[in-house]
Design a protein around this ligand. Sequence first.
Ligand code: NAP
Length: 285
Amino acid sequence: MSARLIDGKAVASRVRARVAREVEKFAATHGGRAPGLATVLVGDDPASQLYVASKRRQTEEVGMRSFHHGLDAATSQDELLALIGELGADDEVDGILVQLPLPEQIDQDAAIGAIDPAKDVDGLTAGSAGLLAQGRPGLVPCTPQGVMELIRSSGVEPEGAEAVIVGRSILVGRPLASLLLNASATVTVCHSRTRDLAATCRRADILVAAVGSLRLVKGDWIKPGATVIDVGTNRTEDGLVGDVDFDAAREVAGAITPVPGGVGPMTIAMLLHNTVRAASARRPR
Ligand code: NAP
C-alpha cells in the first residue's frame, strides 16, 4: 500500500491565506497600519540570502510591511546587538528575525538573547522556549509549529499517540517535543547517542526525522500506517533529499511528507503567522 502524501505546499498556502485575512483585519482596526517584520542578515551566504528574500517577498504578499537590514560580513557583535536593540524599541516593528547562522565573530546566543521577547517571531529566545516547555502561550519556533500543522492537516490525532522525534536541536527537535507533549502525545526524542534507533522508530505512530542525514530512516524502521514527517533537507546532485528513505517508507507509512514540498513551505508560513500574532499581542484593540 502506498502512503497518502501530505502536501506542505497546499497547507502552507492555506495558512498564508488565513494570515492575509488576519493582516487585513489588523490593519482595519489600527488605522491602516499593517504588522511589520524586520529581517536582519549578516554577511552574504547565498542560501541565507535566498531564505531572507523569500521571507521578505511572502511578508509583502500577505500585506505586511518588510523592513530589511543587510549587514556586512565583518559586522561586530556590538554593532549587531545595537541594531537588534533599536528594532526592539521601534514601534513600527512587530517582529524581528535574525537570519542564522551568524558569522563566527558573533555569539549566536547573545544575538538571540537581545531580541525583544514580544517580537521574537522565530521563537528562539530562552523566554519563548521556557513558555513552550511549560505549556504556556507564547511565540513558537516556525518549523516545529509547521510540523504540527501538517500532522493536524493529515487528520492524525496526537493525543495518546506514540511520537518519536529523531533530532534534539533547539530549532526543531526540542520545541517539537514540547508541542507534541502539550498535545498529549507520548514523546521520545532520539539523537546521535540513541542505542537502537531503528527499534525506537518502529514504535512510532508519528515519526519525525530532523537530523540532516541523507535517507537515514529506512523503510523497515517504520510502523505500518505511521505518519512520517521528514524535516531533513540534504543537498545532493539530484536536488533536495530528506532524512527518510522516501520510496521505501511510502510503502509502509499511512501518510508521509515529500522533500521538497513537505515541511519546507510551512516554515515561512508559520513565520508570517507568528508576526501577526506578535502584532496583535503588542497592540490589542
Ligand atoms: P542540527 O542542529 O544539526 O541537529 C541534528 C540532530 O540530529 C542532533 O540532535 C543530532 O544529535 C541528531 N543526529 C545526528 N546524527 C544522528 C544519527 N545518526 N542518529 C540519530 N540522531 C542523529 O540540525 P537541525 O537544525 O535540527 O536540522 C535538522 C535537519 O532539518 C537539517 O537537514 C536541516 O537542514 C533541516 N531543517 C529544515 C527546515 C525546513 O524548513 N525544512 C528547517 C530547519 C531545519 P546530537 O544532538 O546527539 O548531536
